[in-house]
Design a protein around this ligand. Structure first.
Ligand SMILES: [Zn+2]
Length: 261
């Protein structure tokens, strides 16, 4: 099980009575209200909640507020937190600039190394990694075909490595028979998932991460075969097989945006 922010948002929306877009981009608009100029727009989501909270995503700002809070109160709240919102937006923009670029000469963050992407025209599709370069071999290479070749290659790597290691760890923890299936799926928000029926799902993009991080993901999902939650007992079990797990959780948090394809 993994926390999914968009799921929470979906649940919140069921309670939503009203949502509107507030744009304070022009000096005219914001000066009317006598407020300072905000270099971003935000959306107000009214819901059955007790507090006001700001969520900053890639380039959007969402303010979730209780049902009976006025627009003026929201505006005041946003103004008071503007420095924080701006810092967050800058951080997201910085992350965006680090995104994977599969163009010839672009850069890729593979196993914690920044490598230059090179297109090599070849009759067969393949990936070859050298000290500095991430070479994509293929026939008619474009960003699209390069992405396809990389996806296929990562999925192959995942199929070679993950089922065996997952089963071995499950056996070691004496829950080998509870593991029914290891499947692969690229999702937007999750690295792994484990169902109560014993099906473990991995996002094959994890193959871009260092091996230690991959092992942590395996430890995390296999531990769910014993504890279907993120309780203290669950984390103790993770720690028993992956003592440095905190380092890997942090690594993923800091770098995962560079791995999305
Ligand atoms: Zn989990």
């Amino acid at each position: 099980m993994q926390f999914r922010p968009e799921k929470v948002l979906r649940i919140m929306r069921q309670f939503m009575t009203h949502s509107n877009q507030h744009a304070f981009q022009t000096p005219e608009a914001s000066n009317q209200g006598g407020a300072s100029v905000l270099p971003y727009t935000y959306t107000i989501v009214r819901a059955r909640r007790k507090t006001m909270v700001v969520h900053v995503r890639h380039a959007s700002v969402e303010v979730r507020v209780p049902l009976f809070v006025s627009d003026a109160q929201v505006k005041d709240f946003v103004n008071r937190h503007s420095q924080w919102i701006l810092r967050k937006l800058e951080h997201k923009a910085g992350q965006e600039s680090q995104r994977l670029a599969l163009t010839d000469g672009g850069s890729i963050y593979y196993k914690a190394r920044t490598l230059t992407v090179r297109y090599i025209t070849d009759s067969r599709d393949d990936i070859v990694i050298t000290e500095r370069e991430f070479r994509i071999h293929g026939r008619r290479l474009s960003e699209e075909t390069a992405a396809r070749i990389l996806q296929r290659w990562l999925l192959t790597q995942a199929r070679i490595l993950l089922p065996g290691r997952t089963q071995a760890l499950a056996n070691y923890l004496q829950v080998g028979t509870r593991l029914k299936e290891v499947v692969f799926r690229k999702t937007k928000t999750k690295w792994g998932h484990c169902t109560s029926s014993g099906r473990i799902q991995f996002n094959w993009l994890i193959m871009m991460a260092p091996d230690a991080v991959i092992d942590y993901m395996i430890a995390h999902e296999v531990s769910h075969l014993l504890h279907m939650n993120h309780s203290k007992r669950f984390w103790n079990l993770v720690e028993s097989v992956c003592p440095d797990y905190r380092t890997y959780v942090k690594w993923l948090k800091k770098h995962e945006h560079r791995l999305w394809l």
